[in-house]
Design a protein around this ligand. Structure first.
Ligand code: CAA
Length: 387
């Protein structure tokens, strides 16, 4: 039985900033952000969106009546959750109006947790083949204003519907993973922004890519040229470019030029949004599936997932017949193209006013046109609106 991704959708804030303007405001050469980091625009997330609303907005468009009936498990993968105890998946399932006889869970391991959730879902579906699992990777990346990490912020969510006999990609049997206790990026209790040892983190990312790819190869003997393309976790898109180059430097390939072209396709969406933390790899996969004219049924794609702290996993998926029919390329391009640019001052205000604790407050939701918004906090409980 094939198990994999049946549907894939994403959502990001309707506001963004231009990276060249952020560079000017920070006294940096714009090319450092545009070329050096590979980012053109960055999502500016208003206080009326959090990991729960972004997740619900991402999933809302993807589910039909049949899916709603079959979904028996919802997993929210996030490292910017809204509660230390209760799973954000419960709010999401409620906002989406899903049935009540379902399991709901939140998982955390930095940017890796969506991959862990998908592997959990895969095992679950192998036991319950007629059921579907909704995995949503949702985050707002926050390093702080005027920090080195600031140009690698962003936000958004990717909704992934896992099922048997999937329409987009099926998971292959092989997968290699690696965990090591390192302090490259973390967010201690009470902090609303991440702490990071930036250059160290970029090296660990590549180190675990090397290790997991070697282990993956040891399982099946595949060479680089057995793949049709790769998708990487993209905290900023230059990091994935370094990943692709590292694989090409370490392994013989006749298709190096082709792989670099495919990499450009895989980073189109991420360049426009910034870091989605848990969702970044799956936004890149979506970008590859929707924007490559070369992909065909039966092609094998390599996926590299990385979460600081650190866990890496390399696995592969096989593109399914007729996959293009089930993608929503036009909707996603519209979502990105119709966003509103905001000034650096407005972005800073949004950043500072974000709801990062349980203190009571009321929010003005009129400027946010999303279907699900955060209206405030009352009695230490978040108040969501569905419109
Ligand atoms: N034109 C073109 N390129 C330029 C340039 C210019 N004028 N000026 C600088 N550059 C290039 C630099 O050469 C460098 O490229 P290389 O790495 O290829 O040499 C790039 O721009 C960045 O320059 P710096 O390294 O000098 O930038 P920095 O010191 O300000 O820090 C950063 C960059 C470490 C990525 C920092 O933004 C950061 O700490 N970000 C957060 C950490 C992060 O994203 N880590 C990724 C791995 S961890 C992870 O993946 C988990 C996660 O999601 C957080």
């Amino acid at each position: 039985m094939k198990i994999g991704i049946d549907k894939l959708d994403f959502y990001t804030s309707e506001f963004y900033i231009d990276m060249a303007k952020l560079a000017q405001a920070r006294g940096e050469d714009p090319n450092k952000y545009l070329i050096g980091l590979g980012q053109e625009k960055m999502a500016a997330v208003p206080p009326t969106q959090d990991a729960v609303t972004l997740a619900a907005n991402a999933a809302a468009g993807v589910l039909d009546d049949g899916d709603r009936e079959q979904i028996s498990f919802v997993i929210l993968a996030t490292e910017s959750g809204i509660d230390n105890s209760k799973a954000g998946a419960i709010y999401v399932a409620d906002l989406l109006g899903l049935k009540k006889n379902i399991r709901t869970l939140e998982v955390k391991q930095a940017c890796y947790s969506a991959t862990a959730a998908l592997q959990l879902a895969r095992g679950y579906i192998s036991l319950h083949p007629t059921e579907k699992v909704l995995v949503i990777a949702s985050d707002i990346a926050r390093y702080g204003l005027q920090t080195k990490g600031e140009p690698t912020q962003g936000g958004g969510a990717v909704a992934i519907l896992m099922s048997a006999e999937p329409r987009l990609v099926a998971f292959d049997a092989d997968s290699a993973f690696y965990s090591e206790n390192v302090m490259d990026f973390w967010r201690p209790l009470g902090n609303d922004t991440a702490l990071v040892d930036g250059h160290y983190s970029t090296n660990i990312y590549l180190d675990l890519l090397n290790k997991t790819f070697q282990d993956y190869q040891a399982q099946n003997g595949y060479q680089l040229d057995d793949f049709a393309g790769f998708a990487f976790h993209l905290p900023f898109t230059k990091q994935g470019k370094k990943g692709m180059q590292a694989l090409l430097a370490a392994h013989a390939s006749q298709k190096a030029e082709y792989f670099m072209e495919m990499f450009e396709v895989s980073r189109q969406y991420n360049k426009q949004v910034g870091n989605l933390y848990t969702g970044s790899l799956y936004l890149s996969l979506l970008s590859l599936l929707e924007n490559s004219s070369q992909l065909q049924a039966g092609d094998r794609l390599g996926l590299y997932s990385y979460g600081s702290g650190a866990v890496g996993e390399f696995y592969s998926v096989t593109v399914q017949p007729g996959f293009r029919k089930w993608l929503q390329k036009q909707d996603h391009q519209q979502l990105l193209n119709y966003r509103q640019e905001v000034t650096i001052t407005t972005y800073e205000k949004m950043f500072t006013e974000a709801v990062v604790d349980g203190t009571d407050r009321k929010l003005d939701t009129t400027a946010d046109h999303a279907r699900f918004v955060l209206a405030g906090v009352k009695d230490h409980k978040r108040v969501y609106l569905s419109r």
